[in-house]
Design a protein around this ligand. Structure first.
Ligand SMILES: Nc1ncnc2c1ncn2[C@@H]1O[C@H](COP(=O)(O)OP(=O)(O)OP(=O)(O)O)[C@@H](O)[C@H]1O
Ligand SMILES: O=C(O)[C@H](O)[C@@H](O)[C@H](O)[C@H](O)CO
Length: 181
């Protein structure tokens, strides 16, 4: 026994900061809530952080602009930053369609990991049409896909195929997050 004392781990407790991203209908809310439950951290649906005017625009079939989204993205970033500082951790469902949006979130909360739920237009259309209790019209899917800049390999996170069952996606997400912890 060398008698040496192992250095004390003075790092902050690991607080996972996760954004489950993707176009409307990709499963952000469904998968995000289950990931949060498995991780034992709070979950926030990004839709709840939109100004009511944004929700009204989307419900009326009007795509959001960058200008519409910046105040909303700032609130997402603030929630993540606070969750990181407190050590509580957080999972947010947030479309984060453009790289500039994800960079703005990272500027507030640099340790954020993005889980991009990606799928074909056919699967997405079917998922949106299969919902009855949501304000987002399936007619906006085309504009969502036109705006989407897929998560790039130099961004923190990974991409999952939404054609898989929910349980498989949750397991893959947890595995992916563990390798980045
Ligand atoms: N892997 C899956 N397999 C089958 N159905 C799924 C899967 N993931 C989500 N769904 C279903 O697809 C629909 C869309 O999911 P959800 O509302 O979570 O997407 P979302 O990305 O949060 O959408 P929005 O951004 O419009 O709120 C829901 O009816 C949900 O139950
Ligand atoms: O950036 C956006 O255009 C919106 O956030 C959509 O992508 C969401 O899916 C919408 O909130 C419906 O849920």
């Amino acid at each position: 026994m060398s008698g040496a004392i192992a250095p004390q781990d003075t790092s902050a407790p690991h607080a996972p900061l996760v954004v489950v991203m993707g176009v409307s209908g990709s499963g952000k809310t469904t998968i995000g809530a289950l990931i949060a439950d498995e991780l034992g951290v709070p979950f926030v649906d990004g839709d709840a952080l939109h100004p009511i005017e944004n929700v009204r625009r989307m419900a009326a079939g009007t795509p959001l602009t960058d200008e519409d989204r910046w105040p909303w993205l700032r609130r997402v970033g603030e929630h993540l930053a606070e969750a990181g500082t407190s050590g509580r951790g957080l999972v947010v469902a947030c479309s984060a369609l453009k790289r500039a949006y994800r960079d703005a979130i990272l500027a507030e909360a640099p340790d954020t990991v993005f889980v991009h739920l990606a799928g074909s237009v056919e699967v997405l259309q079917a998922r949106m049409e299969g919902r009855s209790d949501h304000f987002m019209p399936a007619g906006l899917l085309r504009s969502q896909l036109a705006t989407l800049e897929p998560l790039a390999t130099d961004e923190p996170g990974f991409v999952l195929d939404i054609a898989q069952p929910v349980d498989d996606l949750v397991r893959q997400a947890l595995d992916g997050l563990r390798t980045r912890a």
